[in-house]
Design a protein around this ligand. Structure first.
Ligand code: NAD
Ligand code: UGA
Length: 448
């Protein structure tokens, strides 16, 4: 089965970069990325240096493919109708209300996509879960599709995305693996082959793994849980290092040199952030409890608990350094994104640490190279639950350049942006370093 038209619902951090790379590698397939957010679509169609997502290498790919076989549109109906294959790349955040609030995934955006697909489809479709979803979500999607449209055949595949922000284009171009879950039926195998053929244009076939739908859905949650577990493991040990004069960098190196363990994801930090690790682990915990596996649930929950402990511990270190009171102290917050090379601040450790410092009396000077001032203000207002207009004027100052930070009492480095490397050499100020870099006498680092 030859695919000529793809529709992707969701033009966010996954839909945008993923479809850009597929379009680049498959010039004979027309790809339309649609989104309910019209201003996001306008930004995708706008100047290359103002795309809605900052991701190294993205604008170069968009430059080649946009207008050739890659399109961004708000016309969801038309794009669904035309496509033989539809990706769902919408957000699946933690539920904030109802059954499972604070733990389980909110599938209302997925369900809305399914209803749109059912409504606008006039020919058979392959529907692909690209979003991260709880195991057995495909069952729910199928129920919506088949009950709301009995005239066409829908084949559902799971194809979770493993890209990391900041390296998305590289990850998509040279994936460790592509995972595709499909049914063992004749039509299931046919749909799986159609998707395998697309990826096989640039991914070696031995890296394309096909499984049943449920293994594929659950592997995504499990992969994120295992990665986050390594970060929480090393972060928990950083606390013990600080008590014993063992050095966390040396520990990471020594542990990681065992090839059975490996060196990646052993970098002690102020805590992992990002839109997915916490939400996916909480979702896993919820699923385990749902199936009556309380011990398993508690095991994974501990990964999130250690992450919260680490963020609090780091903030407390700063408060303790100043004798338990930050009133009148000016703290420079370096970095707002959850990691370097992205403009994404979702669940960033910087948000939590800054909140604790602020609520303990500190004046904050905040700088991030890529997160926009309006995003920082919005994070403060919605997540700290304070009215930012008043507070910002008096106690929080968001600056445009690193050099705009004058005379702070301390720096708190919360994101590992390259440009913060120079801080340590130039100034004699106290630096609280949430990254795992070399220690010096003016520095209070994680694990040291
Ligand atoms: P995002 O919030 O950046 O983008 C989602 C987009 O979907 C938004 O632009 C939103 O407007 C749009 N949308 C929601 N409902 C819609 C609807 N019914 N119709 C049209 N558009 C709709 O989210 P993201 O970071 O791209 O994540 C998407 C999914 O991929 C999530 O399930 C996430 O867990 C998973 N994932 C994310 C990453 C990552 O690095 N961000 C990596 C792997 C997997
Ligand atoms: C993560 C996974 O790495 C991706 O495979 C997955 O697709 C994605 O989640 C997702 O499902 O959303 P991402 O969150 O973009 O990707 O970035 P990571 O590089 O995994 O970093 C996550 C957080 O862990 C960051 O805050 C980072 O600073 C922190 N981290 C990472 C550490 O503190 N130490 C490490 O050794 C590695």
């Amino acid at each position: 089965m030859e695919i000529k038209n793809i529709c992707c619902i969701g033009a966010g951090y996954v839909g945008g970069p993923t479809m850009s790379v597929i379009a680049l590698k498959c010039p004979n397939i027309n790809i339309t990325v649609v989104d309910a957010n019209e201003s996001k679509i306008n930004a995708w169609n706008g100047p290359l240096d103002k795309l809605p997502i900052f991701e190294p290498g993205l604008k170069e790919v968009v430059k080649i493919a946009r207008g050739r076989n890659l399109f961004f549109s708000s016309n969801i109906e038309d794009s669904i109708e035309k496509a033989e294959m539809i990706f769902m790349a919408v957000n699946t955040p933690t539920r904030t209300e109802g059954e499972g609030a604070g733990m389980s995934a909110d599938l209302r955006f997925i369900e809305a996509c399914a209803r749109d697909i059912a409504k606008y489809s006039k020919s058979d479709k392959i529907v692909i879960e690209k979003s991260t979803v709880p195991v057995r979500t495909a069952e729910k999607i199928k129920e919506i599709l088949t009950s709301e449209n009995k005239n066409v055949h829908f084949e559902i595949l799971s194809n979770p995305e493993f890209l990391a922000e900041g390296t998305a284009i590289e990850d998509l171009s040279k994936s460790d693996r592509v995972l595709i879950g499909g049914d063992e039926t004749k039509s299931g195998k046919k749909a799986t082959k159609a998707l395998v053929d697309i990826y096989a244009k640039w991914i070696p076939t031995d890296k394309i793994l096909t499984t049943n739908v449920w293994s594929s859905e659950l592997s995504k949650l499990a992969s994120n849980a295992m990665l986050a577990q390594r970060v929480s493991s090393i972060n928990s040990l950083s606390a013990l290092c600080e008590k014993t004069e063992a050095n966390i960098d040396e520990l990471s190196m020594a542990i990681g040199m065992d090839h059975r363990i490996g060196k990646h994801f052993l970098k002690a930090s102020v805590g992992f952030g990002g839109s997915c690790f916490q939400k996916d682990i909480l979702n896993l915990v919820y699923l385990c409890r749902f199936y009556g596996l309380d011990e398993v649930a508690e095991y994974w929950h501990q990964v999130v608990k250690i992450n919260n402990y680490q963020k609090n511990r780091f903030a407390q270190k700063i408060i303790n350094y100043f004798g338990g009171n930050l009133t009148g102290k000016k703290i420079a917050i370096l970095g707002w994104s959850f990691k370097a090379n992205t403009n994404d601040s979702r669940e960033s450790a910087a948000i939590k640490v800054s909140e604790i410092l602020f609520k303990n009396g500190a004046n904050l000077l905040i700088y991030d190279p890529k997160v926009q001032k309006k995003t920082i203000l919005n994070d403060i207002e919605t997540l700290w639950k304070i009215r930012s207009e008043d507070t910002v004027r008096e106690k929080i100052n968001i600056v445009e350049k690193l050099n705009d930070i004058k005379q702070p009492d301390a720096y708190a480095i919360l994101t590992e942006w390259d440009e913060f490397q120079t801080i340590e050499n130039k100034e004699s100020k106290i630096i609280f370093d949430g990254r795992n870099i070399n220690n010096n006498k003016n520095k209070v680092s994680i694990g040291k």
